[in-house]
Design a protein around this ligand. Structure first.
Ligand SMILES: C=C(O[C@@H]1C=C(C(=O)O)C=C[C@H]1O)C(=O)O
Length: 363
């Protein structure tokens, strides 16, 4: 036997030993998490076991401690799944998302909560809000903005009529693929199904490669993937989850025009989330229509050196106010300078509602 085979045996023995150690440590961690759940239950019989701020801290700490060779994001993803499994021992998190199954929103939900969460598809954004409000699920996941296509107005509008809170955010890199079924005649693709946003994100690629194919907009990428199963001359633009769910094959991968195409999703719930250390706050402010309104609104943020990350204007639907602004900024509402800004803005505004302070997305 050569030296390499002796080395290989030794290495495999070491790996077996390490796996046993990891197994024991994960089990010990799971018992600890179980005990935490019992402590929470003793304090409050309706306690929510899942803690967004604590999970963000655990993941950030792991990323900071990591010395490689695995990169920090990969390591955090492994710990994400360990936490998800530990939590599910006591109470799997139930999450409603904008469906159907196989959408990017489901992918975002599982990225944020881990694969042990129970994810339930809803037909529309307001249904996700309603399920959360009714307490049928712990959390909801809805898309809010895309780096190339901009804001999802419907999500913002739904906040205006709801008392729901924002408990977190998750950003997902969006990769679109051109998909076909095993029965598709690849050289005869004359129709392509997808969601209008996906068509918009792949416009240049489609113009270059399929200028003559009919582009048929449908309600979701997953719906597009489903339709392709039964048509020999059609293809779909969708993501990995939909491709897997419907057993489709890739003709072309990552066909989005912008290489850093990403979508931000919000985690909505009924809970006020304590500070995690690196947080964001989202507010909705109604202002009277007067000269200098926008300046009056933004000036306190500038003076207190608070970093705005997003500002959206939506038409007010009540008639009482003329402008409604959605503002995201760095910081938590419990931090003194954030509390001071909120007080000042409240005095200048017709109405101000804090939608939530929540940990900046880690993964
Ligand atoms: C263990 C806890 O509860 C849950 C499980 C966590 C974990 O496995 O690390 C972290 C936060 C909570 O979602 C806790 O609050 O510390």
């Amino acid at each position: 036997m050569s030296d390499t085979s002796i080395n290989l045996d030794e290495l495999r023995q070491r790996i077996d030993q390490l796996d046993s150690d990891i197994l024991n440590l994960i089990s010990e961690r799971a018992s600890c998490a179980q005990q935490v759940a019992h402590v929470k239950l003793a304090e409050d019989k309706d306690a929510v076991f899942y803690r967004p701020e604590r999970e963000a801290q655990v993941l950030r700490r792991i990323m900071a401690l990591n010395k490689g060779p695995l990169d920090s994001e990969e390591m955090a993803r492994l710990f994400r799944e360990i936490m998800s499994a530990c939590l599910a021992l006591e109470q799997p998190v139930k999450v409603a998302y904008l469906g159907p199954e196989g959408t990017f929103t489901q992918q975002a939900a599982l990225k944020h909560f881990g694969e042990s969460a129970v994810s339930l598809p809803m037909a529309a954004i307001d249904e996700v809000f309603r399920e959360v409000e009714a307490g049928a699920v712990h959390y909801g996941v809805v898309p809010v903005e895309n780096s190339t296509e901009g804001v999802v107005n419907h999500t913002l509008d739904t906040f205006m009529d709801s008392s729901i809170k924002i408990c977190g955010e998750v950003v997902l890199r969006i990769h679109h693929h051109l998909l076909v079924s095993e029965n598709t005649r690849r050289d005869k693709v004359s129709r392509i199904y997808s969601h209008p946003q996906s068509f918009a994100q792949c416009r240049k690629w489609l113009d270059a490669h399929y200028p003559h194919a009919e582009r048929v907009p449908v309600s979701s990428n997953a719906e597009a993937a489903k339709l392709v199963k039964t048509e020999w001359h059609s293809a779909a633009i969708a993501g990995d989850m939909a491709a897997k769910l419907y057993g489709l094959e890739h003709i072309a991968e990552k066909i989005e025009d912008s290489p850093d195409n990403s979508t931000r999703f919000l985690i909505i719930g009924n809970q006020d989330v304590p500070m995690a250390g690196e947080d964001k706050t989202s507010i909705v402010v109604a202002m009277r229509n007067q000269p200098g309104t926008l300046h009056a609104l933004l000036e306190p943020f500038h003076r207190h050196q608070i970093d705005l990350t997003r500002l959206e204007t939506r038409p007010s639907r009540t008639g009482v106010w003329n402008y409604v602004f959605f503002i995201d900024f760095k910081g938590h509402r419990d931090e003194p300078q954030v509390a001071a800004v909120l007080e000042e803005v409240r005095l200048r505004a017709a109405d101000l509602r804090v939608l939530g302070s929540y940990p900046v997305g880690v993964l």
